[in-house]
Design a binder for this molecule. Sequence first.
Ligand code: GSH
Length: 211
Amino acid sequence: PGYVLTYFPVRGRAEPIRLLLADQGISWKEDEVQIPDWFSGKDARKKEAVFGQLPQFQDGDYVLYQSNSILRYLGNKHGLTGANDEERGHIDMVNDGVEDLRQKYGRLIFFEYETGKDKYLKELPSQLDFFERILSKNANGSKFVVGQKISFADYNLLDILQCHLDLCSKSLSAYPLLTAYVERLVARPKISEYLKSDARNKRPITPKHKK
Ligand code: GSH
């Protein structure tokens, strides 16, 4: 459909969008912005960006910013926003909860990694408990985060859980439903294929990533 995703050569806030597109079998083009060019002003797109940041998403001539708006836009276009108003409300709620956790994770990675990692991991269960409980309320955790069908919030949740598994491989070990959920989603054929791809693996989670 002429989709173009403009972002830095990292997973970051573009990765849930990539997971959605890959899993739905939708092709897209990557438009990579080099971080030094962005901050030096050599890349003029910073001035054009509605909030001065990326990701940017183009659907033909239509241009959209804000990663969660992009997820929801694609959710609306491709039937990934729930079956009714109640499900839509819950999907938005979960997505906002993922955003809250993503902001905490971002603060750790970008500002407090050396001094704050132990404390972060100690307090992480208080966050993951919420998501384990949400899963338990939908078909005992055997399906998706809301309803009978995958939604844009599932791709966002999967991504943030994978970020935490990378931070500490035992992050989810006390959470049987979250563990099974991640296993189920990564086993989806198109996600599995994407996760193995060079495109995914050449991109670190963030520019500060140590791998
Ligand atoms: N709320 C925005 C979203 O979800 O898209 C946040 C976007 C954001 O923080 N973008 C960062 C960025 O563009 C990269 S993840 N940084 C460069 C800059 O601020 O100039």
